[in-house]
Design a binder for this molecule. Sequence first.
Ligand SMILES: NC(=O)c1ccc[n+]([C@@H]2O[C@H](COP(=O)([O-])OP(=O)(O)OC[C@H]3O[C@@H](n4cnc5c(N)ncnc54)[C@H](OP(=O)(O)O)[C@@H]3O)[C@@H](O)[C@H]2O)c1
Length: 184
Amino acid sequence: MLIQGATGFAGRLAVKVARLLGAGRIVATGRDDEQLREVQAIGADTVINTAVSDEALAQAYLDAKGDGYDVVLDYLWGRPTEILLRALAPRSFTLGTPTRVVQIGGSAGPELTLAASSLRTSGVEIYGAAKGLNPETLGEVFQQVATWTRSGELTFDVEKVPLSDIETAWQRTDLKGKRLVVVP
Ligand SMILES: NC(=O)c1ccc[n+]([C@@H]2O[C@H](COP(=O)([O-])OP(=O)(O)OC[C@H]3O[C@@H](n4cnc5c(N)ncnc54)[C@H](OP(=O)(O)O)[C@@H]3O)[C@@H](O)[C@H]2O)c1
C-alpha cells in the first residue's frame, strides 16, 4: 500500500494502523528526509520524498510500487497525487493491477488534473474516505482503536497546551506529525 502524506499526524497513524492490520508492504511519502526516517521507524518499508522534480517523483512511485499498490491512502491530493495517477497509467498495452485510491485529505491542494489515461487501463479506482461508512462500522472502528490504545499497541504523538495559550497554539507550524490537545 501507499500512504501519501505519511509524515503528518493522520498519515503516521495510518502507518501504525496498517501495520497492526497486517499490511504486506507500506510505502510512505513526505517532504522531509528526517521525518521520513521517523516514519520508517514506526513501520514504513519504503519512503519517498515528494519534494523533487515531477519526473523524479513519477519514477520514485514506479520504483517503489513492486507488484502494484493495492490501496493508496491519500492525505495530499494536489501535485503529488496528480503525478502518482499519471505514473500509474501503463506505458504499453498492458492492464494495470487494481489500485484503490482512498481520498481523505487535501494538504497539497484541493484540486488536481485527472488525465483520462490515468483511469482507462490503470486499474485505478478513486473512492471518498466516507464510502461504506455507517454508524455501525464507525462504532467498530472506534472500538478497535480504543482496544489497541488501551493495550499500548497504538500510540498517539500529542502535545498538550492550556486553553489560555490558544492564540499562539493556533498558529503553530512546528508540530511535525504531532497533534495539539487543548486542555480547558
Ligand atoms: N477525512 C477525514 O476524516 C480526515 C481525517 C484526518 C485528516 N484529514 C485530512 O488529511 C490531511 C492531513 O491531515 P493531518 O492531520 O495529518 O495534517 P498534518 O499533520 O498537518 O500533515 C500534513 C501532511 O501533508 C504534507 N504536506 C503539507 N503540505 C504539503 C504540500 N504542499 N505538498 C506536499 N505535502 C504536503 C505534510 O508534509 P510535512 O510533514 O513535510 O509538512 C504532512 O505529511 C488534511 O487535509 C486533513 O484535513 C481528513
